[in-house]
Ligand binder design. Structure first.
Ligand code: SF4
Ligand code: SF4
Length: 153
């Protein structure tokens, strides 16, 4: 299991309507981060990490404050040049950062949750040895994520 290289695949995939926020998160944003609260709207049918949080629904994010419609891309996702000059692969010359990193939704803080999810999303933390032994890989992932979410293993 490698460290996250900020490839942005997860944010691009789930930022397009695949995330939701719990009422407590929305209340926090409303009070302390109104610029984030502006992008919340309406009840969502489910959330990415509902099995972890115990929640089966939440508030829809990210909704355009101008049109009231679901945004196709997370408004907080920012593209930056990759600082690793040794990496000459053209597709790796950019990285992504989160403008609201410390106040991002729990759905984002909890990712990645499972090895199956990482494989499906082509998460670049995965290594060949993780595919050979997914149970051990899940243990390793849960240790890596210990400060962000409950363990699955
Ligand atoms: S809020 Fe941040 S971590 Fe979550 S999808 Fe957007 S850019 Fe990614
Ligand atoms: S897909 Fe994986 S490697 Fe890429 S940004 Fe998300 S967690 Fe990091």
């Amino acid at each position: 299991m490698k460290d996250c290289n900020q490839c942005g695949k997860c944010c691009i995939k789930y930022g397009n309507g695949g995330l939701s926020a719990a009422a407590s998160e929305v209340e926090y944003w409303e009070t302390f981060r109104p610029n984030i609260y502006d992008y919340v709207g309406g009840s969502a049918g489910g959330n990415l990490n509902g099995t972890l949080s115990g929640a089966d629904s939440g508030e829809k994010i990210w909704i355009s404050p101008d049109t009231g419609k679901q945004l196709e891309r997370c408004p907080w996702l920012r593209q930056v040049p990759n600082q690793d000059k040794t990496n000459l692969d053209k597709s790796s010359r950019i990285q992504y950062t989160c403008d609201i990193y410390y106040d991002r939704p729990d759905d984002c803080k909890h990712y990645p949750v499972t090895i199956e999810q990482m494989v499906a999303d082509k998460c670049e933390m995965i290594e060949v040895r993780d595919l050979d032994n997914p149970q051990q890989a899940q243990l390793t992932l849960d240790k890596l994520m210990v400060e962000s979410r409950p363990s699955l293993s």
